[in-house]
Write a protein of this length. Structure first.
Length: 269
């Protein structure tokens, strides 16, 4: 995937709606394939990694506030990638054909009772786009909406565009009889060993998260952890997430910072 650094700042907009969308005939919403890993291109694999990273970051924020995690599914991410592609042509919640952004989900046959769209441009990394959204009250309110059940993330890079990097986020409420609807291929992204915050990096931030969790538990506080956190954080597989795990991450990160090749498992005992 081609990348260049841009001097542009982040642009971000918000859109919400609440009507029930009726079932429409499903159609291929985007040329991006995020549902069949066996046939994904390297670019599509990178896009999926970016999508999963932001979803993990969203779920970190939600669980820290005592909210339920959001699930995702390939079709929603593919539709959101279509919206990211459209942002290259027209940055806003109106699509290039003049329809509202939510029509992309309707055309793909995705039903929901409520939806919101966050969009951004100009930030090359998932974490920086997420940071900007969380620093905006409206975007943050969408992310922390207790009624939302599912999330889709879209990414598009166009080196010939003004801002280069374009991000879209759909957050929807989809219920069956009061329970979240289960879509085909629905999942919550996994977290790699040693990366409990799920941002695809193993560093001091992961150690800090482990120490916060450990201290809260030691103080007798009930603390909600996102899916996959405990497995990713319990480095020595002793059934406890504590300072020992954090220490291993800090040592690994420090040695890597000196340029020495090493593996996280070298520091686990």
């Amino acid at each position: 995937m081609k990348k260049i650094k841009l001097a542009a700042g982040l642009l971000a907009c918000i859109m919400t709606c609440s009507p029930l969308m009726h079932q429409a005939a499903a159609m291929n919403a985007s040329a991006i394939n995020l549902h069949d890993e066996a046939t994904m291109t390297e670019e599509e694999k990178q896009i999926k990694e970016y999508c999963d990273t932001i979803i993990n970051l969203v779920n970190n924020e939600r669980t820290s506030c005592g909210l339920s995690e959001l699930a995702t599914f390939p079709l929603l991410n593919e539709v959101t990638c279509l919206r990211a592609e459209e942002l290259v042509q027209s940055f806003g919640h109106m699509r290039p054909d003049g329809s509202m952004c939510f029509s992309a989900m309707k055309q793909a046959g995705i039903t929901y009772k409520g939806a919101a769209e966050n969009i951004a441009a100009g930030r090359p990394e998932p974490s920086s786009a997420m940071e900007q959204w969380m620093n905006s009250e409206g975007h943050r309110n969408n992310i922390l909406d207790p009624n939302k059940t599912h999330i889709g993330i879209g990414y598009c890079y166009d080196e010939d565009s003004v801002f280069g990097y374009h991000w879209s986020m759909f957050l929807i409420t989809s219920l069956d009889g009061g329970q979240p609807h289960v879509f085909d291929g629905q999942y919550i992204p996994s977290r790699d060993f040693g990366d409990p915050d799920g941002n695809q990096e193993i560093n001091a931030a992961d150690a800090k998260l482990i120490l916060h969790y450990s201290a809260s538990r030691a103080a007798g506080l009930e603390i909600q952890a996102p899916t996959g956190f405990l497995d990713a954080a319990d480095l020595n597989h002793d059934g406890s997430v504590d300072a020992v795990d954090a220490s291993a991450i800090l040592e690994y990160s420090a040695v890597r910072g000196t340029g020495v090749a090493c593996k996280l498992s070298d520091f686990v005992w």
